[in-house]
Ligand binder design. Structure first.
Ligand code: GLP
Length: 249
């Protein structure tokens, strides 16, 4: 696992955007894995600017998001489809029908999870995947005590996750209790993984991910076994680490 540090998150967002651009320029038909949350917003803004500047194109790529809330249709402002539309899909040149998220309002959610899993596996594997991390160490909505071999599934959200994410809703009760999340198995098959973590509330999760044992209680710790995973941390997220634990960007 590579661990890269920069004092300011923008440097890390720029680095992550550049890795995506590099991948797309090498293979315009790349399969991209995408995340939501506050963390990747700046990276998506950079990708938007660089698309407008003609430095990169998404016109032959396809994307798969990590997760979607159960019960929120794509036009709900707190849905992940809506987030992606606003922060990335409307800013770059994906062709219609090439960006995928699980359908959180499917009649049969288990079946939808399986369909999504199969769809990604039919692609082969993702070429590059951007991840955030929950303050409890989750990736996607693979909450603590996840089975590392998990397929895409209907996940019950931890109370701590619902609290963390309540800032995107009017009140805590509005935060869905479940989501469909890409499974750890598919995540681990992505050829390149970039995980970004900003701020002190991620420091413990980052410490456990990098320095702890591989443990289902910290889902991100499995990344220690990935052959090409890079962790990108700012000053806050690195606050429990020592200088020797990372390389400065
Ligand atoms: C949500 C998402 C995760 C994301 C996490 C962190 O729970 N399911 O994919 O990594 O939030 O969010 P943020 O970047 O806002 O801290």
């Amino acid at each position: 696992m590579n661990v890269f540090y920069a004092k300011h998150p923008d440097v890390l967002s720029r680095y992550a955007a550049d890795r995506f651009i590099e991948q797309l320029n090498k293979n315009p038909k790349s399969i991209l894995g995408l995340a939501t949350g506050s963390t990747p917003k700046k990276m998506y803004a950079y990708l938007g600017e660089d698309t407008r500047a003609g430095k990169v194109s998404f016109s032959q790529a396809r994307s798969y998001n990590l997760d979607e809330y159960v019960g929120l249709p794509g036009d709900h402002p707190a849905s992940y489809r809506y987030f992606m539309q606003e922060h990335l899909f409307s800013q770059v040149d994906f062709r219609e029908g090439t960006t995928f998220l699980p359908n959180g309002v499917a009649q049969d959610l288990e079946r939808e999870a399986l369909r999504y899993d199969n769809k990604i596996r039919e692609e082969g594997e993702m070429d590059i995947l951007i991840l955030g991390i929950g303050s409890n160490g989750h990736i996607g909505f693979n909450e603590p005590n996840i089975f590392f071999e998990a397929m895409t599934h209907v996940a019950e959200l931890d109370e701590s996750t619902r609290k963390d994410n309540s800032r995107f809703f009017d009140k805590l009760e509005d935060v869905p209790t479940h989501a469909i999340s890409m499974g750890m198995r598919v995540i681990m098959q992505s050829k390149i993984i970039l995980l970004m973590a900003f701020g002190e509330n991620k420091a413990q999760a980052i410490y456990d991910t990098i320095k702890g044992k591989i443990d289902p209680r910290v889902p991100a710790s499995i990344l220690q076994l990935h052959p090409n995973a890079t962790i990108l941390i700012d000053e806050g997220a690195a606050s429990l680490l020592e200088e020797a634990d990372y390389v400065r960007l």
